[in-house]
Design a protein around this ligand. Structure first.
Ligand SMILES: [Zn+2]
Ligand SMILES: [Zn+2]
Length: 227
């Protein structure tokens, strides 16, 4: 929560002014600090997650009052933003990705997915900005420090998207109208930002696309994208 506050302050925002927080799934790298944040009196944000995800989070005494649950796959408005949720193949209870649309601008968010099924490719069409996972380099993962069972989990159909799968998507499916591509959820152990940049650049160049590319970092907020 402290870190989130600091990062928001860095772009001139304040946690107390945030209207909504959307959770994709219950894994700890996504909800660490959420129960504390939900109990904080200065935070007024409504917390959104799927009906099945909510009970799989350890809320402490009771779930927060401002919890709003939705059915995975449904769409709903938050203020003037139309939110579209879609199921993703990942080993969590009921994981989703999101698309956000407002004033003709469409943003897609797809991380924590083992592969990209056709249904998700459909959702990610027409996005002006796409945040896509580039989790691991297959060779680094193979020789890396993870135990065998975890390596198996990561590369499985319900694990994480490899650089190669990301690059395949850019070669075959990325919409030419996507102005900004942000690659994120990079593994610190099994990937390197420069490998991700190289593979993405090669894929984009191969198609003659001039998409703006950004690599999201774990410990620093990305730039602010404006439309
Ligand atoms: Zn996850
Ligand atoms: Zn994750």
């Amino acid at each position: 929560m402290k870190d989130l506050g600091k990062r928001l302050a860095g772009i001139g925002e304040d946690l107390s002014h945030i209207d909504a927080i959307l959770i994709t799934h219950e894994h700890s790298d996504h909800v660490a600090g959420l129960p504390v944040l939900a109990r904080n009196k200065n935070v007024h944000a409504v917390i959104y997650m799927t009906r099945l995800t909510a009970p799989s989070i350890d809320w402490g005494d009771a779930p927060p009052r401002r919890l709003e649950t939705f059915q995975a796959g449904s769409s709903f408005p938050i203020g003037d933003i139309e939110v579209e949720s879609f199921s993703v193949p990942h080993d969590a209870r009921d994981p989703v990705g999101f698309c956000f649309e407002a004033e003709g601008v469409r943003i897609g968010v797809a991380t924590d997915l083992g592969y990209i099924p056709e249904s998700i490719k459909f959702h990610l069409r027409r996005t002006d900005l796409l945040l896509l996972e580039a989790n691991h380099d297959l060779d680094m993962l193979k020789v890396g420090p993870y135990p065998w069972s975890v390596k198996q989990r990561v590369v499985s159909r319900v694990g994480h998207l490899s650089n190669l799968s990301m690059s395949d998507f850019l070669c075959q499916d990325l919409d030419s109208s996507t102005a900004f591509l942000v690659l994120g959820h990079l593994s610190e152990q099994n990937n390197h930002p420069e490998i991700v940049r190289l593979m993405a650049t090669q894929a984009l160049d191969g198609r003659g696309l001039h998409t703006n590319l950004a690599i999201a970092e774990q410990r620093r907020p990305s730039e602010v994208f404006r439309f």
